[in-house]
Write a protein that binds this ligand. Structure first.
Ligand code: CA
Length: 385
């Protein structure tokens, strides 16, 4: 996905062969434009299909679909297949979208239909929560280090590290974690960044020096050197970072609760799935599971994903005395859920929770994510602004 947008914005910015833009916002409008342009989308599908259909039998086997699924996964920001059961589950969902869960070959029209659905789904997600793609080439970092902001920032970071006997190396690594993408530093917790950007620069320091305890003056000087080294390294190996932000402000719950039909349908279905005793009652212990299954419809993250939200949910359950472990009938269940959602909504409206995340999407930009790159012969069509 990234490379597709990249080229588009890069060319429309009229920078020619110069360096690309350092910031691109993915808000889904480009995807909608491609899918909405019949001619361009058909030619895009033709090209992709041809590319995937290795044995040229006019159909795609599950094996032939695999690269497409991997690309869609990468475009969705998923880690590579096989790296976590959660994301593997999504990969198999994408695959079964294509095969409808049973077929083992897919025709071109089926491929086109499903691809269009998936792309539009992604576009809707991006419209809700845009992703900002940042190209970090060291320039912002150098500017930060050379600005008057650097010293006070570094001093305040150093003061939070509890120097004591900590070595220079340790202090600098801890300090790097506290620098932000806005300051030009890609996330140092990322393994690619750590081994390809930070490690090589650290090697230019003597190990003797790195192991010594450090004063704030020495720290300031050496940290500056480290950052300038990193900036230099980034210039040679720019890092692409996908930055996304979500604000949970209760508006999703308000929207849901204002639609009685949708709430009833959702709660009926949720109640049906809960385990019951022989009196058709369920335990209040299952309320949390029920809440989790309606989280997406209420614009909330899944339980366990955001600590601050989990705390609000726990507090809401406690506030309506839903944590007594007693059993409830269907009517009580619906009333409790509505009360809990109301509590969560008021909390979030009063104090919205902001979550931001950064992930490094380095290589795909240049090479892998081909499913969402334009076909060479249709390059001009979807690329027009
Ligand atoms: Ca085939």
């Amino acid at each position: 996905m990234a490379s597709w947008f990249w080229r588009k914005r890069g060319s429309s910015a009229g920078k020619g062969s110069g360096p690309g833009p350092t910031k691109v916002v993915l808000d889904g409008s480009d995807i909608e434009e491609l899918v909405g342009n019949k001619e361009a989308f058909s030619s895009y599908v033709d090209h992709k299909f041809q590319e995937l259909d290795r044995d040229h039998d006019g159909k795609l086997s599950v094996r032939e679909l695999e690269p497409a699924v991997a690309d869609i996964g990468a475009a969705l920001g998923l880690p590579a297949q096989g790296s976590s059961p959660d994301s593997d589950h999504i990969y198999s969902e994408v695959l079964s979208e294509f095969t409808h869960g049973k077929q083992d070959v897919v025709s071109k029209s089926e491929f086109k239909e499903v691809l269009s659905d998936i792309l539009l789904g992604m576009a809707a997600g991006l419209r809700r929560d845009p992703i900002v793609i940042l190209r970090m080439d060291g320039q912002d970092l150098r500017e930060f280090v050379e600005s008057p902001k650097f010293e006070p920032t570094a001093v305040s970071i150093f003061s939070t590290i509890e120097p004591g006997n900590a070595s220079l190396g340790k202090c600098m690594l801890l300090a790097l974690e506290q620098l932000k993408v806005e300051q030009g530093m890609p996330p140092s917790s990322d393994t690619w960044v750590s081994s390809n950007i930070i490690e090589p620069v650290l090697q230019s320091f003597s190990s003797d020096q790195l192991e010594k305890p450090v004063s704030d003056e020495v720290f300031l000087e050496e940290f500056k050197k480290l950052l300038l080294g990193i900036a230099q390294r980034l210039q040679e190996h720019p890092v692409i970072v996908a930055h996304s932000e979500n604000t949970f402000n209760g508006s999703g719950i308000r929207r849901l609760l204002s639609n009685k039909f949708e709430v009833d349908k959702l709660l009926d279905a949720t109640w049906k799935d809960l385990p019951k005793d022989r009196h058709h009652k369920s335990s209040k212990e299952y309320l949390r599971i029920a809440l989790d299954s309606i989280a997406a419809a209420a614009g909330l993250p899944p339980y366990g994903a955001v600590n601050e939200i989990d705390a609000i949910v726990n507090e809401a359950i406690r506030m309506v005395n839903a944590d007594d472990g007693k059993s409830m009938n269907e009517e009580e269940f619906k009333k409790l859920i509505a009360e809990i959602l109301g509590c969560i909504m008021l909390q979030l409206e009063g104090r919205p929770i902001f979550v931001s995340s950064n992930s490094v999407v380095n290589e795909p930009l240049a090479s892998s994510s081909s499913i969402l790159c334009p076909a060479p012969d249709s390059t001009d069509l979807p690329l027009k602004e």
